[in-house]
Each structure stands twice: as structure tokens, then as C-alpha cells.
Design a protein around this ligand. Structure first.
Ligand code: ADP
Ligand code: MG
Length: 476
């Protein structure tokens, strides 16, 4: 623990879903073949013009609303001018003067406590091409050029690595629930710049901030923050705080440290100006209203509902809302008439266990809530035991056949009163000593008798009925 207070602000970039790119008609998809998804605009061919993708604007506006931001009256874009091989136009189309959202907040849950994270702004821009560096050459792949990118900038209101990572996870969940992005860090869809400074606990002024650029995993964000807090604290302790410079660093995953890239003092001047090729247009209030209606219930809201309305535990509710498809599966279970606790048990143990093991999604999972209900109904009726239910479950998903197929007469429980009474009478006759001991007050022998019945019937005796008959016979 550092004796200083850390101050952290994040710039989170996330690639959004869409059929075509944000300003061109080229496909927005991950492709193994480099330079396959490109249009003239992405290559900056002379005479080509950008056209803005309505879906990208809509999704960005949706996020602006979700983050409680103010939306601008007009939508337009700016040019951020700089030269780099991955940017053939010599400028990036982005939003500077009027971002799609400004001055918002998002609520997150960190260590069981709610915290508001304040959003400076959220804006829509285009991604750059990607550079692949080889031993003595570099290649440019323009597939990524023009992919819709949304940048979210927080206020410097986070104070620990854990809060920063929780914020990123909260945002990833929101993006996925709203279906605006796959938000997959493994595919490089999320990239973060992390700004970190330290200050004395009661100081009023912030310390000097260091920016760590392009951290592409949440673990990296956590480690980079902890590394910087330690590095800056040690310099401060040693009376060398002046050596903490306003600079840009990068995170070296292998070395486990941040490395200086350049000073911020001589930062490039991007000479922003409004892009004249993209006409300014008014955002209709009715459109915003429509978008608002499309926003689904988010993870935190669902979690609260599951706890208060369905009586799930905090932990179980948390597991179910982790992914929207889990929550939807659960809610579908309730719709087909499975009770909440049963649905929760099957989902969080058997079902999630299976999809994790098989590395599939719930959508690809054979047993829909409707099919699951076949199994649950049979348990309720007493036709099968819960042990048999699991066998049916595995057979059904293995062979992709309805559970019904595997519920045969042979495996059904012995629920016939007469048959069970006969079996139980025999067992009690064979255990006269135990019966006597039970009658003398050794109550826990009851389970022993149940066990004997189960052993005798290879687990097929209806447990409820077995207990009833046993009680009756032992008490008589
Ligand atoms: P830049 O163009 O240098 O990236 P921005 O204003 O776009 O600057 O981003 C600033 C980021 O740094 C924001 O996320 C903000 O919250 C954060 N920030 C600003 N001041 C501090 C500070 N003293 N300590 C930590 N983070 C800070
Ligand atoms: Mg920055």
C-alpha cells in the first residue's frame, strides 16, 4: 500500500459492430486475408468521399444515453492531423469540438459497493490500419482502417487498479448487453490509455500525470497502474518527485514495467478542424427517444431484480448477469415455467459447466429452456431422481435428442405403493435389531433404512414415498 493517494483517468477505445465501416462501404469484419475488406476511402484514393454509417452513430448515441451524457444538437466530425503509415489520409476522422456525449457517469459495483465513475466524454472515430512488423520489413493491413471506434474518456476519479479494472469490466458488459460491440480484448477490440498520478492524501492539487499508452488487456491495465503507483511513490519518498515527468510511457508486458516513450511537453499539435466532407446534421429528439426505448436492462439492474424479485443470492445473481445470454437463458426458463431457484441451480452448475468445457456459447447449447423443462417436470412428478435427471441431461446434450427420449420405463422410479411396501417390509424384517434400536430412540437410523431401500432398488425407489412408508411402518 502506498501512503499516497493515486489518481487515475482512463481513455478506453472500443471497436463497434456494424456491417460496413464507419465512413466507407467496406465490410467491417475480422478477416484472415489482409487488405481484403477495403474501399477507396480507406486507402485515401483521390476523389473518394466518406459517408457516415447511420448504425454507428445510433450505437454511439445509445452509449451516450446509457452513460447519462449530454448529446449535442448537431452531429459532425473533426480531422485530427498527423502522419503515420497506418493513416493514409494523413488525418483521423474523429470528434473533438462536439463529441456524441459529454459530462456523464456510469455506476459500477466495486467490492460490493456502488461507485459513480464520471465520464468526460464519449466520441465516435475511425480506427487506423494495422501494422505488422517482421524481421526486416513491416506490412500494412488496411482491413482495420475505418473500423468504427468509440473512445470513452473518464474524469480522473478512479483511485486503485481494482477500480480501474472494474470500470473497464462494467463498460465491456454494457457494450455487450447493448450489442454494440463484441468487446473482445483478445481480438484487440478494446485498447486503453491509462493516466496515473499520485498526491498526498489531503492535497488539493493533482500530481503530475503519466500516460501509459495502448494497454490491451485488463490484466495489463492493473499491473501498469500498480507499477506506476509504486514507481512514482518511490521517487516521491526519495525526494525526487520532480523526476516524475508528464510523459507518455508504454507497458512492457514481458518486463513487467512501463517504459518512457516521449515527453508530453512537446506534444504534437493536431491542428483539428471540422471535416468539410461530412455534412453537419441535426440529431432529432424523436430519434433519441427511439434509441432510448431500445436500451435493454443492463447487468446491474438485472442483478438487483434477480435478488429482490426472485430471491437469488448476491453471488448467483452475479454469475447469471455476467453475460447477457446467461441472463436471457435464465429469464426464458422462468417464462416456460421453471421456478427461479431451480433454473438458477441448473444454469450456474450443469449448464455453464458444459458450455465452458465445450467452449461454446449458450446459443449453441442444445438444451433450450423448453427442453430443460422436460427434465425438471419429471423430477417434480417423481418419475426420475435428481441423479437420473443428470444422466438424462448429459445423454440429451451428447446425442442432441430431447430429454424425453431417455426417460424410459426402466429408469423410472418405483412409485408404486404396493411394490415399495413389499420391499420395505422385507428390509425391516432383515434388520430387526436396528428396528428395535430405532424404536428405543436411535432416530438417526432412519437414514440407514432409507439407504437400504435405495441399495435394494438401485436408487430407483421414490424417495418421498419411501420415507412416508418407512415412517408409517416404524411408528406402528
Ligand atoms: P491527452 O490528450 O493528453 O490524452 P486528455 O485530456 O484527452 O489528454 O485525457 C486526459 C486523461 O487523463 C483523462 O482520462 C483524465 O481523467 C486523465 N487525467 C487528467 N489529469 C490527471 C491526473 N492528474 N492524474 C491522473 N489522470 C489524469
Ligand atoms: Mg491521452
Amino acid at each position: 500500500m502506498s501512503k499516497y493517494k493515486a489518481v487515475i483517468g482512463l481513455e478506453m477505445h472500443c471497436e463497434f459492430k456494424s456491417n460496413s465501416k464507419v465512413f466507407s462501404s467496406a465490410k467491417n469484419s475480422y478477416n484472415e486475408i489482409p487488405n481484403d475488406n477495403i474501399a477507396g476511402v480507406d486507402m485515401a484514393f483521390p476523389g473518394t468521399l466518406p459517408v457516415v454509417n447511420e448504425k454507428c452513430i445510433k450505437d454511439a448515441l445509445m452509449m451516450s444515453i446509457v452513460l447519462h451524457c449530454k448529446q449535442p444538437e448537431f452531429m459532425y466530425f473533426d480531422r485530427k492531423n498527423y502522419y503515420y503509415p497506418d493513416l493514409p489520409k494523413g488525418y483521423q476522422i474523429t470528434q473533438m469540438t462536439e463529441p456524441v456525449g459529454r459530462d456523464g457517469y456510469v455506476e459500477m459495483e466495486c467490492n460490493g459497493e456502488k461507485k459513480k465513475v464520471f465520464i468526460h466524454d464519449i466520441h465516435l472515430e475511425e480506427d487506423a490500419a494495422s501494422l505488422d512488423h517482421y524481421y526486416d520489413t513491416s506490412c500494412i493491413d488496411y482491413n482495420r482502417a475505418g473500423v468504427p471506434l468509440v473512445e470513452l474518456v473518464t474524469e480522473p476519479c478512479l483511485h486503485t487498479a481494482e477500480e480501474a479494472v472494474t470500470f473497464l469490466e462494467t463498460m465491456r458488459s454494457i457494450y455487450k448487453y447493448c450489442d454494440v460491440s463484441e468487446a473482445d480484448t483478445k481480438k484487440g477490440q478494446i485498447r486503453c490509455d491509462v493516466n496515473i498520478s499520485i498526491m498526498d492524501e489531503n492535497a488539493i492539487e493533482f500530481g503530475t500525470r503519466v500516460e501509459v499508452k495502448n494497454v490491451n488487456s485488463f490484466g495489463g491495465v492493473r499491473d501498469a497502474i500498480n507499477y506506476e503507483i509504486k514507481r512514482q511513490s518511490e521517487l516521491k519518498d526519495a525526494g525526487r518527485y520532480h523526476e516524475v515527468e508528464q510523459e507518455t510511457r508504454r507497458w512492457d508486458e514481458e518486463a513487467g514495467k512501463t517504459i518512457r516513450m516521449r515527453s508530453k511537453v512537446d506534444a504534437i499539435d493536431y491542428k483539428y478542424f471540422v471535416d468539410p466532407n461530412l455534412p453537419k446534421f441535426k440529431i432529432a429528439a424523436s430519434w433519441l427517444e427511439e434509441i432510448k426505448q431500445e436500451i435493454p436492462l443492463l447487468a446491474l439492474e438485472r442483478k438487483e431484480k434477480y435478488i429482490s424479485e426472485y430471491g437469488l443470492s448476491e453471488y448467483d445473481a452475479g454469475v447469471i448477469v455476467k453475460e447477457r445470454e446467461y441472463a436471457e437463458y435464465f429469464e426464458e426458463c422462468l417464462k416456460v415455467g421453471i421456478d427461479a431457484k431451480t433454473a438458477c441451480n441448473w444454469l450456474t452448475t450443469q449448464i455453464l459447466g458444459q458450455i465452458n468445457e465445450k467452449e461454446i456459447t449458450l446459443k449453441e447449447f442444445y438444451l433450450t429452456p423448453n427442453l430443460l423443462k422436460q427434465i425438471i417436470d419429471e423430477i417434480k412428478k417423481g418419475t426420475i431422481s435428481s441423479k437420473q435427471a443428470k444422466e438424462v441431461f448429459y445423454k440429451s446434450i451428447e446425442e442432441k435428442k430431447e430429454p424425453k427420449t431417455f426417460i424410459s420405463n426402466d429408469m423410472t422410479q418405483i412409485s408404486d405403493q404396493v411394490v415399495l411396501e413389499e420391499i420395505i417390509t422385507t428390509i425391516l424384517n432383515e434388520n430387526k435389531n436396528q428396528v428395535q434400536e430405532y424404536k428405543n430412540g436411535k432416530d438417526n437410523l432412519f437414514d440407514y433404512f432409507v439407504g437400504q431401500v435405495m441399495k435394494n432398488t438401485r436408487g430407483k425407489a421414490n424417495p418421498v414415498l419411501t420415507k412416508e412408508i418407512l415412517k408409517e411402518k416404524l411408528e406402528s
